[in-house]
Design a protein around this ligand. Structure first.
Ligand SMILES: Cc1cc2nc3c(=O)[nH]c(=O)nc-3n(C[C@H](O)[C@H](O)[C@H](O)COP(=O)(O)O)c2cc1C
Length: 214
């Protein structure tokens, strides 16, 4: 295979908004954490974050990153999680792409974003923030640590949480209790307004290589 011709780019020479576009165009596809949190006065918040992934399993942990806005404002989700230490991360199927997108609008902190997105509140089991009843996967989380990286507009806040309770749709579980991930119909983010969708025909299988012989 002929190696592609590469352009070297030094992010230190670019404005943060351009670096953001470069980074989100390169690191793809990104799964989406649809995060429910509560303000200290009890207002329900919902927002999607595609800077998101899972960490370890003992205990299970996930991380998502609210980026400080171009105007230098911290996201309401970050305030809520910092103050209450609890939240619920949902996985977004294709059928919920529009409500997820509606919840990404920058509403004032006193707006109930479940109502704005037209989604149903269900009680969580171990934490106070509501669960989105329509989502097939919900991970109840307690905050472990927030790590700030950088300062000012576009800096990252790594929100690391322990998953203290899982909710998984019965229809996604096989007889061994394992999740059939190809059936979630999950969406993931590319750059800008572009997304992708995990459908059964987009899935392929690779067996892990045998351990090298000594
Ligand atoms: C699919 C998608 C993914 C997003 N990912 C992020 C992200 O990783 N980090 C971030 O700071 N904002 C992200 N946003 C923007 C936030 O959802 C948006 O700023 C939202 O208003 C934050 O809500 P809040 O202030 O109620 O927390 C994303 C938006 C969409 C539609």
């Amino acid at each position: 295979m002929t190696p592609p011709a590469l352009r070297g780019i030094d992010p230190a020479t670019m404005p943060p908004a351009e670096v953001y576009a470069l980074l989100t165009g390169c690191v793809v596809p990104r799964p989406i954490a649809f995060v429910s949190s509560l303000s200290t006065s009890g207002v329900a918040n919902l927002a999607p974050f595609s800077f998101f992934n899972a960490g370890g399993a003992h205990p299970p942990s996930v991380v998502f990153m609210p980026v400080t806005s171009g105007a230098g404002r911290d996201k309401d989700t970050l305030h809520n999680v910092r103050e209450t230490g609890e939240y619920v991360v949902h996985i977004v199927p294709w059928s919920l792409r529009e409500p997820m997108n509606l919840a990404s609008a920058e509403y004032a902190p006193d707006v109930d974003e479940f109502e704005r997105a037209g989604l149903t509140k269900a009680p969580s089991t171990r934490v106070k923030p509501w669960r989105v009843a329509e989502c097939p996967i919900a991970l109840e989380c307690r905050l472990f640590r927030i790590v700030d990286h950088g300062e000012g507009p576009y800096h990252a806040n790594y929100v690391i949480g322990e998953v203290v309770y899982f909710h998984v749709a019965e229809s996604l579980l096989n007889e061994k209790g394992r999740v059939n991930a190809a059936s979630i119909d999950a969406i993931a983010r590319l750059g800008g307004p572009h997304y992708t969708r995990v459908t059964p025909d987009s899935v392929f299988t690779l067996a892990r290589p045998a351990p090298p012989s000594a």
